[in-house]
Structure formats: structure tokens, C-alpha cells
Design a protein around this ligand. Structure first.
Ligand SMILES: *Cc1c(COP(=O)(O)O)cnc(C)c1O
Length: 437
């Protein structure tokens, strides 16, 4: 497929009378001409929904708005649109109005783990910084569906300043993840300013950008943007391909520019029923990503956000997919399958079980073929008593500031923490002990 092919020219013509290749490949033209109504959608694709269905689609848009870039829309296979992965990710389904029993508006408690507006501080050493309230394309499976189209805007410098101030005042933060909305909806100038401010903070070691523009608006990845980004290394970028069909000529070119600028690229897919819940498809996607220098990073279980019931698969589907990847293909084309814990517990990896059994010094393991093997653990291993006095340790990692405290399960494994069990605060049995005391 070439960039601005005949079909795309036709899509463009139905939107505007005369559209040149340079209009089409101008990201601002794409954003300005995003399709937002069912009528326009029908017109551009030359399809007609039955009147009854159309009413429900419009009703759905009343709750969850639509925006699709003409580019992304041009990838839809009109002859089989109902099964088309691009259609399913961009066009509303009446199923979105169904609220499942366990659905939540903010399942990841991002708003609660937010010390200042725009920052989610969940993990000890890194923060999510929401720097844009808008996206080029509204993914139907968005985990932040509660916010889509709410305040379609780029926060002012003053608003962003509060987030920056929090990062400046929080020395534990060594990794800042720009998210949104889509951070690449910011102008080059604004982004340059923001990255400069973040880079000026001594304790911030890396910056990451999470963006779907290489997939839905590849023309955003201009030479100017890329050379600006390259000034702010070490900078990592994660994108969001869900289906091999999304790796078009335009997308590949965008990716190539980013990779050539030395920006390490990762991909975060979401497992979606009817879109990509197939091991062969995920494998094809991941191998294609690798070929284009993108490392598959996460495969997400679909969150418990409202309006996503029809997209969810059982977790077993994801484990089955990983089962057919690990060992079968290059290790670096296997993403980590994660469930983002409802309630804000963060990402929890899930995978097939490879440890079959365990004795005092033997571990029984199985491989992807079903071969069962034993690994002999060392007969004598002198466990080093660790009191976290790193200055006296002979492992040659002399850290000045080695006083981090242990968190969670790590405490149960350590010598220097007295903790032997972790008990929920509301445990009734412990409550009785307190009452008796
Ligand atoms: C996903 C996420 C991160 C980054 O997690 P990594 O596992 O380091 O990629 C950070 N903060 C929040 C709130 C997140 O959801």
C-alpha cells in the first residue's frame, strides 16, 4: 500500500472538494477533518446503516463521542466493515451502553492516586503525567473512556506547571511517563518546552511518551518533531498497535523516523474480543513490530472500565496466547501479559505455569513443548545475611543512598525486615486480638 493511495484519495474527496497529498499528510488537516458523526461516517465510507441501528449508534455517541482521522478510517475494509478491526476500534457499538456488574468509571483509581491534577503517582519511582486531554482518534476500548471528549484540550502552561512542580519536589521520581490523552497532540513548541523543563530536573533519569499517533495519525511524526525529541534523550516511546493491518506504509515510515533518531520503541496492545483475540494474529503482529524495530512491551487484559463489556476476553485467552508465543518465537517478540489491578494495584503479570514441582534442591520445570526437566539447585549456597549495610558489602555496589525501605512481598523475603506476614488492615481475626488487648 502506498501513502495516499486511490482509496484514500476517494475518502478525502468525500470530505473536501480538493485534497492534495500534502493536505492528507498534514497532521493538522487530519485532526481538523476527523469524522465525528454517523452521517459523515456513512458518507465517507459509502455505506448505509439501517435507520433503527443508526439511532442506537447516535445514542451511543451521546455518551461516548467519536473521532476518527480520515487516515485511520481509510484503513477500513468497506466490504466487511462489521468484522473489521479498524472499524471495531473506532466506530461505536450499542454494547457500550451496557454496564456490567463489575464495571467502574475509574477502575484503576487514577484520579484517587493523584497528588496534584494531571499526575498519577502509583509506583515508588515513576509517575504518569497527563499532559493532553485529547486524542486524534477516540479508541472505543479506551480505559479512560470516562474522560473521552470531556474537555478536549491541551492544558495551559500554568496547569502543566503544577505537575512539574510535583515532580521537582519529589526526588523519588526517576521516570516520567507522558500520557493523556495523547501527548503528541501538543505542538512541537509546547512539547519542547515541557521536555526541557522535565530534563532540567536532576533526579529524572528517563522520560517516556505513550502515544497512539504512529497508528492513527502517522503524519504527526514529522522530521521536525523527531529532531526536537532527539534533543531530549534518553527518551523512550511506547505506541499502541493492536492488529497487523495497522502497520501500513505511512505507519512504518513514522516508526522508521523515530527509530532512526535513536528512540527505543515499545508497543502496548490491548487484548480485544473480535479484534485480536487470536494467537496467530498476535504472533503476526508482534513479528511485524519486531521487523519494524518496535519491541512488544505489554499485552493488556481489557480493563473494567464502563462500556467495554463486549471487548473483554477471559484471562485464560491471554494466557493461551502467551503459551503459543513463549519458546515458539524470539523471546523479544513476546510481550508481558498484564492485568491492571482494579483499585489501583498496578500491572500484574500473568503467564502459563512453568514450575511443575519443587523439592529441597530440585525444581521440576516444563518447557513450551511439554518437556519436563529438573534443575538441580546448588547443594551449598551460603545465603548472605543482608542488613542493607551496603557500604560493607562485597558485591561492589556501593550506594550512598541505600536506605530504601522494602515494599510488599519483598519484605517477606528479606533478612533485614522483621515482617513475617502481610495482613489486610480490615482482618477480623486481628480485630479480635485488638479488642481483647
Ligand atoms: C503503567 C503505569 C506506569 C508505568 O508502568 P511500567 O510497568 O513501569 O511500564 C506508571 N504509572 C502508572 C499509573 C501506570 O498505569
Amino acid at each position: 500500500m502506498t501513502i495516499f493511495n486511490e482509496h484514500q484519495q476517494e475518502v478525502a474527496r468525500t470530505l473536501r472538494n480538493s485534497v492534495s497529498r500534502s493536505d492528507w499528510t498534514d497532521w493538522k488537516w487530519q485532526v481538523r477533518n476527523a469524522v465525528k458523526t454517523v452521517d459523515d461516517f456513512e458518507r465517507v465510507l459509502g455505506i448505509e446503516f439501517p435507520a433503527r441501528k443508526k439511532r442506537v449508534y447516535e445514542q451511543t455517541l451521546g455518551k461516548f463521542p467519536m473521532a476518527v482521522t480520515p487516515y485511520y478510517l481509510s484503513l477500513i475494509d468497506v466490504d466487511d466493515y462489521a468484522n473489521d478491526p479498524v472499524f471495531l476500534q473506532s466506530f461505536p457499538s450499542p454494547e457500550e451502553l451496557k454496564i456490567g456488574r463489575y464495571d467502574m468509571t475509574d477502575p484503576l483509581h487514577e484520579d484517587e492516586d493523584s497528588p496534584v491534577p494531571g499526575i498519577t503517582h502509583r509506583y515508588p519511582d515513576r509517575v504518569l503525567f497527563h499532559v493532553s486531554n485529547t486524542c486524534a482518534m477516540y479508541c472505543r476500548h479506551c480505559t479512560r473512556k470516562r474522560k473521552v471528549g470531556d474537555v478536549d484540550s491541551i492544558p495551559s502552561r500554568d496547569n502543566l506547571e503544577r505537575g512539574l512542580e510535583y515532580i521537582r519536589n519529589t526526588p523519588q521520581v526517576r521516570d516520567v511517563l507522558l500520557s493523556g490523552g495523547d501527548p503528541l497532540m501538543l505542538s512541537d513548541e509546547k512539547l519542547d518546552w515541557l521536555l526541557t523543563e522535565i530534563r532540567a530536573i536532576d533526579h529524572v533519569e528517563v522520560v517516556r511518551i505513550g502515544t497512539r499517533t504512529p497508528v492513527v495519525l502517522p503524519y504527526r511524526i514529522t522530521d521536525e518533531l523527531v529532531s526536537m525529541l532527539a534533543k531530549h534523550h534518553p527518551l523512550w516511546l511506547n505506541t499502541h498497535f493492536n492488529h497487523p493491518r495497522e502497520l501500513t506504509a505511512s505507519s512504518r515510515r513514522a516508526i522508521q523516523r523515530l527509530a532512526d533518531a535513536g528512540i527505543p520503541l515499545g508497543n502496548q496492545s490491548v487484548l480485544l474480543a473480535g479484534v485480536n483475540d487470536c494467537q496467530r494474529l498476535i504472533r503476526t503482529l508482534n513479528l511485524k513490530l519486531i521487523k519494524n524495530r518496535i519491541r512488544p512491551y505489554y499485552l493488556y487484559q481489557c480493563d473494567l472500565s464502563e462500556g467495554l463489556t463486549h471487548f473483554r476476553t477471559p484471562i485464560g485467552k491471554g494466557i493461551e496466547i502467551i503459551e503459543s508465543l513463549r519458546g515458539h518465537t524470539s523471546g523479544f517478540s513476546v510481550p508481558t501479559y498484564v492485568v491492571d489491578a482494579p483499585g489501583g494495584g498496578g500491572k500484574i503479570p500473568v503467564m502459563p505455569n512453568y514450575v511443575v514441582s519443587w523439592g529441597p534442591n530440585k525444581v521440576v520445570l516444563r518447557n513450551y513443548e511439554g518437556v519436563i526437566t529438573t534443575y538441580h539447585e546448588p547443594e551449598s549456597y551460603e545465603a548472605k545475611y543482608c542488613d542493607r549495610e551496603c557500604a560493607k558489602c562485597n558485591l561492589q555496589l556501593k550506594e550512598d543512598d541505600a536506605e530504601e525501605k522494602a515494599i510488599g512481598i519483598e519484605r517477606l523475603l528479606s533478612d533485614w525486615d522483621e515482617c513475617t506476614s502481610l495482613t489486610p488492615e480490615s482482618n477480623e481475626r486481628m480485630g479480635r486480638r485488638d479488642d481483647a488487648a
